[in-house]
Design a binder for this molecule. Sequence first.
Ligand code: PEP
Ligand code: MN
Length: 348
Amino acid sequence: MIIVMRQGCTEDHVQDVAQRLESLGYLVTRIVGVEKTILGAVGGEEYAKVDSIDQLRALEWVEDVLLITKPFKLVAKESRPGPTLIDLGDGVVIGGDDIVVMAGPCTVENEAQLFMTAERVAKAGATVLRGGAYKPCTSPYSYQGMGVPGLKLLAEAAKQFNLKVITEVMDPRKVDLVCEYADILQVGTRNMQNYDLLREVGLARKAVMLKRGMSAKYEEWLLAAEYIAAGGNERIMLCERGIRTFETATRNTIDITAIPVIKGLSHLPVILDPSQGTGKRDLVFPLCRAGIAAGADGLIIEVHPNPDHAIKDGSQSVTIEQFEEMMEPFDRVAQAVDRRIAKRPVSA
Ligand code: PEP
Ligand code: MN
């Protein structure tokens, strides 16, 4: 790191800062300018670094502290020779050349709704079934999800139609339970900075999809992923699901820029959720195409057999027929960027 001392500081002030750094294990080099003195510090303990930067910044004679290395390590692109490939088994790999499509209802409502959706999205080419059994709701009076019976339905439908399961876990105490039924644990936007939950999914032996907090900066999002990786679970994918902006015409504003930026900063796969991202059924198709073109490794799309009667998120859920029509154009966009849509494993 680089420490810029304020103009007019004394030799004692510089010594004080240099000693603090040396006691943390840094090797300190001094650059004396015409107006200011600058200290360059290399080495030092990774864990002491984060808090010591804050302490240094608080000192009256320190003008600025600049970091040279990124605050996230394990998820940083430099930490691996290539992209992270998340192998879910049965030929479903996220982060490789093939773009994985996850589809299903916002909320698991009942057996008929889930099984009908699962069958048709599978036939259309989806490889992962989505559906919430635990719903994070802004209102405590809104439907909170089926819970365990919903998880069971997801696992049964996925088995029958040869799909993998992604579903949300909100409670650190329920991580083991959700792991029994899911292939991918979804951490929702409202929980991106729920550090107890991040630590817990970091201990799990299941892949995790970490949604971007609705007002999170890229660095905060990657540091949240770092929590999971630091727990030992590096099977993480990041999901852009729209952020809060001043625009009210759509539910959120999809930050397409996030896709190439995150892929430049991290080796983790990036998924796009155009459903929460726009809040509007008609915008799902164009935004999916934009996401594929921008380099997304997967899409997660809300599909409902009868969106007008969906318990939740009907306005942003596409019909099964609309979903079926999307898959072929998706493949053409994917081919235009030298990729293709992942094909479903053949059995079942
Ligand atoms: C969802 O996928 O249905 C959901 C609640 O997502 P988010 O956390 O992005 O709002
Ligand atoms: Mn939803």
